[in-house]
Design a protein around this ligand. Structure first.
Ligand code: NDP
Length: 298
């Protein structure tokens, strides 16, 4: 048996189409355009590329986007002042500060300065708290929100299923668990979370109807750690050496795709799986945030 491939690329494309239509309808019916501000401090090439992709996606969907680039040695107070201005700016409904920040800045202080209503990354403690107490009108972190969309849209609704998450980071594992536990569409699962202190990982992962892996360790989850027929979502993105490629490397996930696809009923590839969903969900959050701030009943 070879698993069905859940294509994040295709699902993200579909959501982008729906979001473009939603933004056009907001413009036509309410003369309202959601706005996203991205703030990049310094010149880290990977961060520059992520911010570039986010602005491009926003423009493609008709969302107003403003990219702000600051020198790497800018004082923290200046960044905090800029965020204060964006919090009060009526054209901006979502604020994204690209991480990591330069070492002289306190990341948690900067994230705390963002108005929770405009926190489209879903990292502000107010949004983290709302999500973990089961609120549904909340800005949830984009990667786990994307995983929920992939599950539901591929016909693998987590409701009533045992979902095992490997990884407990604030960006993926923890909010993933909160989303799957909610009494809401895309939730209502039984959730187990594993981490580096879980003594026998395979013993737990083999219980999963839906296995979600976010470790950051190339191809660590092998076929014998997966229950036959399980749905496997691989969040991991790792670069490994590959002499057969001209560039000398390739991307792999945290799951050994080639062997696990013969055990699972459905699996996400890397690349082309969870990756494309993250920026797409950021756009959905921006539109949701805008609609709420404007008090629009769509
Ligand atoms: P972190 O490093 O923040 O967290 C990794 C988690 O995995 C930790 O909770 C850690 O446990 C756990 N872990 C590490 N080793 C083991 C092990 N041997 N057995 C069990 N658990 C283990 O990573 P992130 O959550 O930020 O990212 C995880 C992966 O997802 C990375 O590959 C990253 O690149 C990718 N990613 C992909 C995104 C996308 O858009 N596709 C977005 C975000 C991340 P402990 O807490 O005990 O240390």
């Amino acid at each position: 048996m070879s698993a069905e491939i859940i294509s994040g690329k295709e699902i993200a494309q579909a959501i982008r189409g729906e979001t473009t239509e939603r933004v056009a309808a907001l413009k036509e019916n309410y003369d309202f355009t959601p706005g996203l501000a991205t703030v990049l401090v310094g010149e880290d090439p990977a961060s520059q590329s992520y911010v570039g992709m986010k602005n491009k996606a926003a423009k493609e969907m008709g969302i107003y986007s403003r990219q702000i680039t600051l020198e790497a040695d800018i004082p923290e107070d200046e960044l905090l002042g800029l965020i204060e201005g964006l919090n009060a700016d009526p054209e901006i409904h979502g604020i994204l500060v690209q991480l990591p920040l330069p070492k002289h800045m306190d990341e948690s202080k900067v994230l705390l300065a963002i108005d929770p209503a405009k926190d489209v990354d879903g990292f502000h403690p107010v949004n983290v708290g709302k999500l973990s107490t089961g609120e549904t009108e909340v800005l949830a972190p984009c990667t786990p929100a994307g995983v929920v969309e992939m599950l539901v849209r591929s016909g693998n609704d987590p409701s009533g299923k045992h979902c095992v998450i490997v990884g407990r980071s604030n960006i993926v594992g923890r909010p993933m668990g909160s989303l799957l536990l909610r009494k809401a569409p895309g939730g209502n699962a039984t959730v187990t979370t594993c981490h580096s202190r879980t003594p026998d990982l395979g013993e737990v992962t083999r219980l999963a109807d839906i296995l979600i892996v976010a470790i950051g360790w190339p191809e660590m989850v092998k076929a014998d750690m997966v229950k036959p027929g399980a749905v496997v979502i691989d969040v991991g993105v790792n670069r490994i050496d590959d002499d057969t490629r001209e560039r000398g490397w390739r991307l792999v996930g945290d799951v050994a795709f080639d062997e696990v696809k013969d055990v699972a009923s459905a699996i996400t590839p890397v690349p082309g799986g969870v990756g494309p969903m993250t920026i797409t969900m950021l756009m959905c959050n921006t539109v949701d945030a805008g609609v709420r701030q404007a008090g629009i009943q769509e």
